[in-house]
Design a protein around this ligand. Structure first.
Ligand SMILES: [Zn+2]
Length: 262
């Protein structure tokens, strides 16, 4: 890693398109392997970072270059130039880990592996039984439909739990939103709107239950105080610290599943 001396004043350098600064050899290797450099790499300008560094962002499936205010584009280019092999191998791994939710692939539903099977003979759009998710419709529409199905299932699994828990502490939920945030599994607004990731429906049931308990506990405590954690633990049978650990270790895997374009 390259450490930089502090330099004043610290103003952020101008942004540049990836292809303007990427070493030519790396650009060619990426192109040859079928990757779009603009998507595979990102620069994060930072006033707090002290050194140039690279990390794999599993959720966004790209490599991020942290660019401190004290660094120059020339230093960044040299740094990236030295790390070409690492960058390429990371991008390869990140893309290999991506699973499109299509016919023949499998994914966890409440922690249990399920196979996606395209079939023309269904009454509805989807049917889940004995570890198989049967999907009707044209193959090209299946990833999007599986995702829609999982979003609907997430809403169902989360809603009844959230309502039950909120009622037990005498609080009201104004709305439940299911989305695809990249930085958190759930959140709670001061207006009582609870938001959750659709991906939670892939986590084991007890882990999903913990996230619901966490957000509902925020209806009473809008902080992470000791009182908050005590209430959170009282709202779920799952061990809270075990769940938090689970999300740290296993959570990123739930981001490798995709419905639609990669
Ligand atoms: Zn919280």
């Amino acid at each position: 890693m390259l450490f930089l001396k502090k330099r004043a004043p610290q103003s952020l350098p101008e942004s540049k398109p990836v292809l303007d600064w990427l070493p030519q050899t790396l650009a060619s290797s990426l192109a040859a392997a079928g990757f779009d450099a603009e998507q595979a790499l990102a620069v994060k300008h930072s006033t707090r970072a002290r050194r140039l560094s690279l990390r794999a962002d599993v959720k966004a499936r790209r490599v991020v270059l942290t660019f401190p205010a004290a660094a120059t584009w020339r230093q960044a280019q040299e740094f990236v130039n030295d790390q070409q092999r690492w960058i390429l191998s990371q991008i390869r791994q990140l893309s290999a880990a991506a699973v499109m939710l299509q016919d023949g692939e499998s994914f966890p539903f409440l922690g249990e592996q399920h196979l996606i099977s395209a079939t023309g003979k269904l009454r509805g759009a989807a049917e889940r039984r004995d570890g198989v998710l049967y999907m009707a419709g044209a193959p090209e529409h299946i990833p999007r439909r599986v995702r829609d199905y999982l979003t609907a299932q997430a809403r169902e699994e989360i809603s009844w739990r959230a309502r039950e828990k909120a009622e037990s502490i005498g609080r009201k939920i104004s709305r439940i939103r299911i989305g695809d945030p990249h930085s958190r599994w759930g959140s709670c607004s001061s207006q009582g709107v609870l938001s959750f990731s659709w991906r939670l429906v892939m986590a084991p049931e007890e882990m999903l239950d913990y996230v619901v308990a966490h957000e509902v506990a925020h209806l009473r405590h809008m902080d992470h105080s000791r009182d908050f954690w005590t209430l959170c633990q009282s709202l779920t049978q799952t061990n809270v610290s075990k769940s938090r650990k689970w999300f740290k270790v296993e959570g990123a895997k739930l981001f490798s599943y995709h419905g639609g374009t990669i």
